[in-house]
Design a protein around this ligand. Structure first.
Ligand code: TEU
Length: 540
């Protein structure tokens, strides 16, 4: 017996860049409503909305100042209610981004907590100076310090992300009570669950100095600690178990064992987690220092996670990652072929597939020209840090362009019209100059388009139980070929994925279930970046 969130495909919307309807250059909720027919036609069954709550937008909505109100640029609560009901008419369910590791510093809780006598003081993590400076040696996710001194309080507060994102204090039971009420507020509105932001770092087991590391000094004190598991079990028993919903956790730096402890059914915590290891196979110790992508390493990591977790949350893109066809495919000579091959990969491994807006049309990394075009706080901080270490501007620029989160945040490319049909105003972030070649409207008309291939793959997965529930067994994991088998109730599917710009001989038997090249007979040769699923019946 499966859960509905195992059968459906999730489509992530970054509302700021999806569809603007009032000409302010920022996407909005009425814009999402206007695109529901497109999303239904694509075949998605769940929408994950990145935050639409009130926010000063220091981190584009991941700094929330009011969880029960809608950011005016995105619309009103009435718009949100209408989106939930309209999506329901299309049998599309909605999950919201639950950002509860931190709030905005403009949240009323934080403003009240700045008074040491306030009952809200312990909603956050305040500490006096240590030897005249920050309370410990921790570093932040955003390449800056993670303690901010507040004159009014005469103490420091912890922020693992930007200084405008103070961490909540989960040693205080009032914080859990507030969070549970926020979750009920949205579930009572009819949403179907949450994508839980950095959910495995909620509980800080200690504020002692950390082992000095190049990345995230201090993280051993808060990554997947016991207190976080207790919090997740409470959220499950107090809230989630009382609704028809699911929770997918974004879990930084998890190993398969940590992930198992967070999302195995026996744990009664989360339903699935986003891991990062497969997204880090083209980098040295940190994502800003990339090397050539090697499919063999990627395949081995995927196979490990497929074998170690009962159910995975499978993704290649989101609002934090560069575009997959630029990272794992070939966005020049084999753009269409490699985008389709990645579609077969994503929709044929075991787990819930997550597609990010624009991935279905093969949107590529942005062609930034100047640092002024970069909006992302993480990228701007890293550029400043690299320049502080006197890294030449040209090298800094190359590092940022390849990895910046803004690569995924350029406006959705709907058509060849101005600003790709995203807005009639001035877009908040530049539109990729290739929109006249890569857009939804053109691809809907082209039977061989990437978008129409995604439609076919999504439809195939929805009808094929082997793709949904079958076992996984890796066959070949080289830099040119990733192949694996899925087996279920007497049906065996062999998935052949070429990551090579050259044709290659690959043994395979059975009839073609689907081929990215649309061929119908397999001759033992995979063409460049071709993907084929072969079907055979197995005895017994
Ligand atoms: O991201 C957490 C996180 O670890 C990423 O920012 C990561 O550091 C990098 O960007 C991806 O390799 C979540 C949200 O997805 C992100 O947009 C927010 O900025 C962050 O949390 C803070 O809420």
């Amino acid at each position: 017996m499966s859960d509905w969130w195992q059968d459906r495909v999730v489509y992530q919307i970054y509302p700021r860049s999806f569809q603007d309807t009032d000409g302010d250059g920022i996407g909005d909720i009425p814009g999402i409503i206007s695109r529901l027919p497109d999303l239904k036609e694509l075949g998605v069954g769940i929408l994950w909305l990145s935050p639409v709550y009130s926010s000063p937008d220091d981190d584009n909505g991941y700094d929330i100042s009011d969880y029960r109100n809608i950011q005016p640029a995105f619309g009103t609560m009435a718009d949100m209610d209408r989106l939930i009901s309209e999506a329901g008419r299309f049998d599309i369910r909605i999950i919201m981004d639950l950002v509860i590791n931190h709030t905005s510093d403009e949240h009323e809780w934080f403003q009240k907590s700045r008074d040491p006598k306030s009952p809200y003081r312990n909603y956050y993590i305040w500490k006096p100076a240590e030897n005249g400076g920050p309370p410990n040696n921790w570093t932040s996710f955003f390449a800056e310090k993670c303690w901010e001194y507040d004159d009014r309080s005469a103490e420091y507060y912890l922020h693992l992300f930007s200084r405008k994102q103070p961490d909540l204090n989960y040693r205080n039971p009032e914080v859990l009570r507030e969070v549970e009420n926020i979750m009920r507020f949205w579930l009572d509105k009819g949403i179907s669950g949450f994508r839980c932001d950095v959910i495995n770092i909620l509980y800080k087991a200690s504020l002692d100095d950390g082992e000095r590391k190049l990345i995230l000094t201090g993280s051993e004190h808060y990554i997947s600690r016991g207190g976080t598991h207790e919090i997740l079990r409470r959220l499950r028993s107090d809230v989630l178990n009382h609704y028809d919903c699911f929770a997918v956790g974004e879990t930084v730096f998890v190993t398969p064992k940590m992930a198992f402890d967070l999302c195995d059914k026996s744990r009664s915590e989360l339903d699935m987690v986003f891991s990062f290891e497969h997204m880090e196979t083209d980098q040295y110790f940190v994502k800003w220092f990339k090397h050539r992508f090697r499919a063999g390493r990627f395949a081995k990591v995927i196979s490990k996670w497929q074998n170690e977790l009962a159910w995975n949350a499978n993704y290649l893109e989101n609002h934090d990652q560069p575009r997959s066809v630029s990272c794992f495919g070939n966005d020049k000579a084999y753009w269409k072929e490699s985008a389709k091959m990645l579609a077969v990969y994503l929709l044929s491994i075991r787990g819930t597939p997550y597609i990010y807006q624009g991935q279905e049309i093969g949107m590529t990394n942005f062609d930034f020209k100047t640092t002024e075009e970069i909006q992302d706080i993480e990228s701007r901080n890293v550029y400043r840090l690299l320049r502080r270490y006197h890294i030449p501007k040209k090298i800094c620029w190359k590092l940022i362009c390849r990895t910046s989160r803004d690569n995924a945040r350029t406006p959705m490319q709907w058509s060849r019209s101005e600003h790709a049909g995203f807005t009639t105003g001035t877009p908040w972030l530049g539109v990729n100059h290739n929109y006249s070649r890569i857009n939804v409207e053109d691809q809907k008309k082209d039977p061989s388009s990437i978008r129409n291939f995604y439609r076919s793959m999504i439809a195939l997965r929805s009808q094929n139980d082997t793709l949904k529930y079958g076992s996984f067994r890796a066959l070949r994991m080289t830099n040119r070929l990733f192949s694996f088998e899925r087996e279920y109730q007497g049906e065996r599917l062999t998935v052949l994925l070429s990551f090579s710009p050259k044709s290659q001989a690959v043994h395979g038997s059975g009839t073609i279930l689907i081929a990215s090249s649309e061929r119908t007979v397999y001759d033992g040769i995979l063409t460049p970046y071709e993907a084929i699923i072969l079907k055979t019946e197995v005895k017994g």
